[in-house]
Design a protein around this ligand. Structure first.
Ligand SMILES: [Ca+2]
Ligand SMILES: [Ca+2]
Length: 348
């Protein structure tokens, strides 16, 4: 018993010292039962990733997992490797796997169960990276999973090993290292260990379904109401879209806008204009959860003048989650800077 206590103490110290760790069980984590003609697997402890090696060639179509699970099935010689993970922890007592028509006992050659302690790490200053987006389209989705599943189980030196998929390891796991909209996303690689297995699958499954928070098509609406030295009191409403395609953290793009404006000519006569225009030289900046858009707008009356404008607004937050949405913000004319209206924006 003393030895056991000592072991627990060492483990606790390891947890406290490391702040973030992944534990690997090699046995006793799964209970198997027979249910009619099927073998079912029940978790005996919480888990983040599981790998089973079964001493038989199992037909892929008979391997059933609950909704929301990612499943990798591979054949190694005459054995079948089954790896499972999902975006959240798999819970003790859950039926995680059912193999139809499997009634033989003693076929399980090995079981590995990885358990991650998820502790937020402050980043060391590098940019966040959407780990698991191997195709580079800003989302972790099916094509990334196909690639990851192909290299799963391979080690450095094997032709199937893909270095970009080796994102994490037991000793130095990948981490959720940025706050705000990135807080739920593994965004900083761990130290690769030359194996693509459970720790890497945990990262992939967690990030599966996430998109780079700012990429995609944004829609904007806005209104201005200000006293112009050229036009008198100007009232205008407008809306527009911007597609942010860059994979960088800070982005540039164009905004296409259509708007209506009511204003006065130099003699004080009321005028109304409806127009569509593309605003060039737009830059998007996301800093401290504030979205800032700087743009240059042509004078809508066609005078040839241009105006420097700035939209600035806080992204919507709810607890730790931050949404790619600006509930409301202000519009400024620059040089000198003065507020002329309000806007809102969100990602489709
Ligand atoms: Ca992708
Ligand atoms: Ca690894």
């Amino acid at each position: 018993m003393k030895i056991f206590r000592y072991f627990v103490f060492v483990l606790l110290m390891a947890i406290l010292l490391s702040g973030c760790y992944i534990k690997l069980h090699e046995e006793n984590g799964l209970e198997t039962r027979f249910d009619d003609d099927d073998m079912v697997f029940i978790l005996k402890s919480d888990a983040d990733a599981i790998e089973l090696l079964i001493d038989k060639t199992i037909d892929f179509s008979t391997v059933l997992v609950p909704d929301g699970y990612l499943k990798i099935v591979k054949y190694i010689n005459e054995n079948t490797l089954i790896a499972l993970a999902r975006g959240t922890k798999m819970n003790q007592g859950e039926e995680i796997l059912r193999i139809e028509g499997l009634k033989e006992k003693g076929l399980i050659a090995s079981i590995k169960i990885w358990n991650a302690l998820d502790i937020y790490h402050e980043s060391n200053g590098t940019e966040p990276e959407l780990l698991g987006d191997f195709t580079g389209d800003g989302q972790v989705e099916g094509f990334d999973f196909i690639a990851f599943a192909q290299s799963y189980g391979n080690a450095l030196g094997s032709p199937g090993y893909e270095a970009s998929h080796d994102m994490s390891s037991l000793e130095n796991p990948a981490s959720k290292a940025f706050s705000g909209i990135w807080a739920k996303i593994y965004s900083q690689e761990g130290v690769p260990d030359g194996k693509i297995d459970g720790p890497d699958f945990i990262v992939f499954a967690n990030n599966y379904g996430f998109a780079n928070p700012y990429l995609g098509t944004w829609t904007f609406t806005g209104a201005i109401d200000y006293d112009s030295s050229s036009f008198g009191q100007v009232n205008a409403t407008g809306n527009g879209t911007a597609t942010i395609e860059s994979l960088n953290y800070n982005l540039t793009g164009n905004v296409t806008m259509s708007f209506e404006a009511d204003y006065e000519d130099e003699s004080g006569n009321p005028l109304h204009s409806e127009m569509t225009t593309t605003i060039n030289n737009v830059s998007f900046d996301f800093d401290n959860l504030v979205m800032t858009i700087d743009a240059t707008v042509d004078d809508p009356t066609g005078s040839g003048s241009t105006y420097d404008v700035r939209l600035r607004g806080a992204l919507r937050t709810d607890g730790n989650a931050v949404y790619a949405e600006v509930p409301s913000g202000d519009i400024y004319l620059l040089n000198p800077e003065r507020k002329i209206g309000t806007w809102s924006g969100s990602k489709e």
